[in-house]
Design a protein around this ligand. Structure first.
Ligand code: AMP
Ligand code: MG
Length: 477
């Protein structure tokens, strides 16, 4: 089946017009397809094929899919702790949904919510979002997906002139914490309730008609957000802009900006260059997840009593810790919980920081640990600490019921060989700026198969070259 034969629906437009702005995309000059993602296409229809020209036209807004009525969504949000009354899709335009996924163009021109912005996204950040959402998905981390990306000759002004690009993103929902905040802070409680009903129908259908459905939905959002934070922490992912408008109401990773996979482990790492205070540093993420859920609870307070919301929110810490411990035990190949595990992990993270250990190659090497420590000790600047820890790890492994071989297999499926560190993404961006999209497509393949061996790309599995380690990224995108 061809993409142009899909029929979309637009249930969001059944809400009051205050929720959106119907607006057509503004095409880019000389669009060209950079990459298409067949895996994501299969989510729309299992027989879908992707064709070059068709994709260019759909992403550029010059071909409208059947049933599509493009619109931008209205929302507000707390940005760096301060409430901003009206944000909204300033550069994203929704096309409609099919098979439970909402198709959204990012970078397709101005909308009512663009404020001072130009409605565009640059090639650099579009490639980053396109690849990273696929990488996160392959690591089993809930995320929006991406169907395709186009570049263009459209000039876009940032710190320097760059070229415009558009990503076609997919998500079961684009509703954000900030969507609820918008209606709460403008005292529109009837609309607040309509939005809650819409989200229930769209993403929590099992709760429709259930007693205290709004409360239960909030409870699930708390759980999903807590678990998402645990997943980010476990792989060393720093999102960088956890404003409430970038927090998905279904607890998935959205709005990829100056994010980073950490290179050497650094608990206070800040990927976002403009975040001088470190509000969104790596180690603050779980706390910020909680703070954002508090803002959501406040926004929902006309619908649910504060006491009940608070009781749900209080479960956050337990959800987070339970999930994190499970993920980290899996990373270490520990097959049953033990009371000393949290201490073993605490010491490990301290020594990773002290020894400037690059997380990804470390856990991957540990996945084949058989008592010979040579390769592991080469990865740290503090070998004595690692040696002492490995003594404890050996003792702990003795309590496992699985065999060494079983542990190796399980750990190799848990600890990726390839994550898309920023320097790797930058290589693909540099080539794409020269109209060579080969590496973007190669990285898509790597991103989607992070646990496999890829001998041609072995160098991306090693320690990040020092000059590229833990850099900060600009927010302008
Ligand atoms: P972000 O931090 O990228 O999620 O963006 C925050 C808000 O600014 C959202 O409402 C975006 O839609 C809007 N925005 C960001 N960049 C642009 C742009 N170039 N043009 C219009 N709106 C933008
Ligand atoms: Mg955003």
């Amino acid at each position: 089946m061809k993409l142009s034969n899909l029929t979309l629906s637009t249930p969001y437009l059944s809400l009051d017009p205050i929720f959106f702005h119907e607006i057509a995309p503004t095409p880019l000059k000389n669009p060209r397809l950079i990459s298409a993602n067949l895996k994501a296409a299969k989510l729309l229809n299992s027989t879908l094929e992707l064709h070059h020209e068709e994709l260019e036209n759909i992403l550029n807004g010059t071909f409208m899919l059947k049933g599509s009525r493009p619109y931008a969504m209205c929302y507000a949000g707390h940005q760096f702790g301060y409430y901003v009354q009206r944000l909204g899709d300033g550069r994203a335009i929704n096309l409609g949904s099919v098979n439970g996924l909402n198709l959204q163009l990012k970078g397709s021109g101005i909308t009512r919510y663009s404020r001072q912005g130009d409605g565009r996204a640059v090639l650099r950040s579009s490639i980053r979002e396109y690849l990273m959402s696929e990488a996160m998905h392959a690591l089993s981390i809930p995320t929006s997906r991406a169907l395709a990306i186009i570049g263009s000759d459209e000039k876009v002004a940032r710190e320097q002139w760059e070229r415009g690009a558009i990503v076609l993103r997919l998500s079961p929902s684009w509703i954000r914490f900030g969507s609820f905040e918008y209606f709460f802070h403008t005292n529109k409680h009837k609309e607040l309730e309509s939005l809650a009903d819409f989200l229930l129908q769209e993403s929590f259908p099992h709760l429709v008609g259930v007693e205290e459905a709004y409360l239960k939905m909030y409870g699930e959002i708390v759980m999903r957000t807590a678990e998402l934070m645990a997943q980010w922490q476990s792989v060393g992912f720093n999102h960088g802009v956890m404003n409430t408008d970038n927090m998905s109401a279904i607890g998935i990773t959205i709005d990829y900006g100056p994010f980073a996979f950490m290179d050497t482990f650094e608990s206070g790492y800040i990927c976002n260059h403009t975040d001088s205070g470190g509000r969104y540093s790596y180690d603050n993420q779980p706390r910020i997840g909680y703070w954002n859920l508090e803002r959501l609870a406040h926004a929902l307070s006309p619908l649910i009593t504060t006491e009940k919301l608070q009781l749900e929110l209080e479960k956050y810490g337990n959800y987070f810790t339970t999930k994190l411990m499970t993920l980290l035990r899996d990373k270490l190949g520990l097959d049953t919980p033990h009371e000393k595990d949290s201490d073993l992990l605490r010491v490990l993270f301290t020594l990773m920081e002290n020894g400037r250990i690059d997380m990804t190659p470390f856990f991957r090497t540990l996945s084949q640990y058989d008592g010979n420590r040579e390769k592991l000790l080469l990865l740290t600047l503090a070998p004595n600490q690692l040696n002492e820890w490995l003594d404890r790890y050996d003792e702990r492994l003795a309590l496992n019921s699985s065999s060494v071989e079983e542990r190796h297999q399980q750990m190799l499926r848990t600890n990726p060989k390839y994550v898309l560190k920023n320097y790797i993404l930058q290589e693909a961006i540099d080539a794409a700026e020269k109209d060579d999209f080969t590496l973007v497509n190669n990285l898509l393949m790597l991103a989607q198969n992070p646990y496999d061996e890829h001998p041609d790309f072995e160098r991306y599995a090693g320690i990040t070259p020092q000059q590229h380690t833990n850099l900060k990224l600009s927010c302008s995108s």
